[in-house]
Design a protein around this ligand. Sequence first.
Ligand SMILES: [Ca+2]
Ligand SMILES: [Ca+2]
Ligand SMILES: [Ca+2]
Length: 169
Amino acid sequence: MSTRRLALGFAAMLAACLLTGCPKTTYWSHDTVPIPDNNIDDWAVSTIEVNRSFTITDLNVTVNVTHPDNADFDAWLVSPEGEIVPLIFALSGADLVDTTFNDEASATIDTGTAPYTGHWLVDSFYVNAGMFMVDGEDAQGIWTLNFRDQQADNVGEITSWGLRFNSQN
Ligand SMILES: [Ca+2]
Ligand SMILES: [Ca+2]
Ligand SMILES: [Ca+2]
């Protein structure tokens, strides 16, 4: 592609940004965080810092977890403003692979099967909860992903997770 075409492409992207909202922004953690076994008081907390200020119009969260029994844990997200978004109550099978929570999905995660790859609404156990709970907040600050295991023997870990702030949905 020529320099001129690249410049035109960039100008078009900027124009689209002004008209419909700026490009998607993704923040990712690759920290491996062990999930303590069978402990109601101590759970895995993985953090992502968003280093700029903007108003959230839509957020999707993607998680990757290794765990031999997804029925052991519940999980939730906490925003910098302290909003608690419940995600998972107790699932089945093993592992979560590119499991994305997205208000624009069509089914709750508990209707899926392991490793729950794809886009889901939060667990139907949490009535009226969803990623929309952080819409309108400022994204800047520390986000935490929390996994709590309350069944003995099987243990796992958070392997990575990400926040995707969208301009549309
Ligand atoms: Ca949404
Ligand atoms: Ca969404
Ligand atoms: Ca366990």
